[in-house]
Design a protein around this ligand. Structure first.
Ligand code: FES
Ligand SMILES: [Fe+2]
Length: 340
């Protein structure tokens, strides 16, 4: 079960073009394409005739033609042509979804179209298109429930153990974080003064001294985690020699056991430096793969219903627990609204 009256990142805008893109979002099979004029379109990937996947069809001009019996749908999903038929049954259409393109991504609304308000987008994701910040990003697929990924990002104490070769230092486990609630958002902050810089920070910014390291994490439902990161030569406040970046994590559920991980890393140093892009891209993938190995192993154990699924909570779990609480409450509200 997933929240439906929410925006989910479905794709990077460049992924949607004149070839059909097939992707499952929050359990729903969806097909995407772009009209000749450039409008991005999303349909349920299921022909209303005999349930063939429309992603096995072709694009004809602005229309999508089913690959089974050739029925055509216009960009609003309305059936406009049935081979050999003189008339088209009333109401013949495929479900189409609301889709908007912003900050480099296509965002899909799965629920009631009239509630799809652009103002509900997670505003922190604007950093991906912020002038003066060099963006970098990619899509990964993880065989784990999206909330395991949210837990992972809201409790960064794991960096000290899982990411010793990249972004981990002891301070992230030893220095306690502060957790607060702001309406539907959870904020977790940690400031580590005068600590050893982790290996990736040294590689990216050439630190030769200790650093003051700041992590400011915000969760926005259903699946967004923004990490505002600063590392400054210890005791200097010298932002010109600092590492500053935002880690934008959109954890779009694919199924109950898998997640599309859209990540972006806008940074405020080494602008227009393809070597830096390459180095950071490789290091981020390496770091995330360390997470995925753990998350996928957790998912395997959680699948086993014969095991005891009770957990113990530590102080660092305040963020993940609150985020799960928000999603649970929104689920209850959504359920109540649809049953009344
Ligand atoms: S199943 Fe699509 S046209 Fe028949
Ligand atoms: Fe991690």
């Amino acid at each position: 079960m997933f929240l439906r009256n929410q925006w989910y990142i479905a794709a990077w805008t460049h992924e949607i073009g004149r070839a059909l893109l097939k992707r499952r979002i929050a359990g729903e099979p969806i097909v995407f394409y772009r009209t000749e004029a450039g409008r991005a379109v999303a349909f349920e990937d299921r022909c209303p005739h005999r349930h063939a996947p429309l992603s096995m069809g072709i694009i004809v001009g602005d229309k999508l033609e089913c690959g089974y019996h050739g029925i055509q749908f216009d960009p609003d999903g309305i059936c406009v042509h049935i081979p050999g038929a003189e008339s088209i049954p009333k109401g013949a259409c495929v479900r189409s979804y609301k889709l908007i393109e912003k900050w480099g991504w296509a965002w899909i609304w799965l629920g009631d179209a009239e509630r799809a308000d652009e103002d509900l987008l997670p505003q922190d994701f604007r950093w991906a298109a912020e002038p003066g910040w060099q963006n970098l990003g990619d899509t990964l697929n993880v065989k784990a429930h999206y909330q395991l990924l949210v837990d992972n990002l809201l409790d960064l104490s794991h960096e000290a153990f899982l990411h010793t070769k990249t972004i981990g230092n002891r301070a992230v486990a030893d220095v306690p974080c502060k957790t607060s609630l702001h309406r539907d958002h959870v904020r977790v902050t940690r400031v580590m003064y005068n600590c050893a810089p982790p290996p990736l920070f040294v590689k990216a910014r050439g630190f030769t001294t200790n650093i003051d390291r700041h992590q400011d994490i915000t969760f926005a439902p259903p699946c967004y985690v923004h990490i505002d990161v600063k590392a400054i030569p210890a005791g200097t406040n010298d932002l010109s020699n600092a590492l500053q970046w935002h880690v934008l994590n959109a954890l779009t559920p694919e199924t109950e056991g898998s997640t599309h991980y859209f990540w972006a890393l806008p940074r405020f140093f080494s602008q227009g430096d393809p070597e830096m892009d390459k180095m950071l891209h490789g290091a981020i993938i390496k770091t995330f793969n360390e997470d995925f190995e753990m998350l996928e192993a957790q998912q395997e154990l959680l699948k086993d219903r014969s095991l005891d699924h009770r957990t113990i909570a530590t102080a660092a779990d305040a963020g993940p627990t609150r985020a799960r609480g928000i999603v649970q409450r929104l689920m209850r509200e959504e359920e109540a609204a649809t049953t009344h």
